[in-house]
Write a protein that binds this ligand. Structure first.
Ligand code: IMP
Length: 196
């Protein structure tokens, strides 16, 4: 079965490739760069937009998997949530988004506060559409630590740990992440669709 990931995000792609035994390819390897307008108001809606857009450009034997994800900070009314990739503006880098989140938390007068990541994974094939979700809870701090992971990982400390995901081994994140949990639910669906 040909599994295509509807993401151009290198961090996500790396994590998916580590977690999937099947051969997975990023859509850019098949289709080049494509701009996808993610204008839904939920992770689920945006995950479906990405998977449908790529599926419609490929032939029917492909199964397309997308991930829409982000971090939410209740102290900030849930921000940045679905705007995680463009928190500091469209085209902002991971570092700029991270810095904006740090600044906004500091402006509230705290050094750490609860936060959680959400991942919605959509699966689109000729047999239909499915969406599953995973979450990872923890805290965010106002000092970036470590170079591992991507995005907001240098300020995120998962519940039960003392270090940020920027400092912890990739193996740790693989066992507890929002993406890993959603993928665990997605795998049986992908296998079922592969047999259909
Ligand atoms: P998307 O590609 O539109 O789904 O945007 C996801 C954004 O959420 C990324 O650019 C990151 O800023 C953030 N994000 C999602 N998952 C993670 C993660 O596992 N670690 C760090 N940041 C993440």
């Amino acid at each position: 079965m040909k599994i295509v990931l509807a993401t151009g995000n290198k961090g996500k792609l790396r994590e998916f490739k580590q977690m999937c035994k099947d051969e997975v390819v990023g859509f850019t390897e098949l289709l080049g760069e494509i701009e996808i307008i993610e204008d839904a108001n939920s992770f689920k809606g945006n995950a479906l937009i990405k998977a449908r857009t790529i599926y419609e450009k490929l032939s029917k034997e492909y199964l397309v998997v997308s991930d829409d994800s982000g971090i939410s900070v209740p102290l900030l009314g849930g921000e940045p949530d679905i705007y995680s990739a463009r928190y500091a503006g469209v085209g902002a880098t991971d570092k700029e988004n991270l810095q904006k989140l740090i600044n906004n938390i500091q402006a509230k007068g705290v050094e750490r506060t609860p936060a959680y990541y959400t991942a919605s994974i959509a699966i689109v094939s000729q047999h239909g559409e499915y969406v599953v979700h995973g979450w990872m809870h923890g805290e965010v701090i106002t000092e970036a630590k470590g170079e591992k992971g991507f995005g907001y990982d240098p300020i995120f400390i998962p519940t039960g740990y003392q270090q940020t995901l920027g400092e912890l081994d990739d193996e740790v994140k693989k066992g507890i992440s929002h993406r890993a949990k959603a993928l665990m639910l997605a795998k049986p669906i992908i296998e079922m669709l592969g047999r259909s």
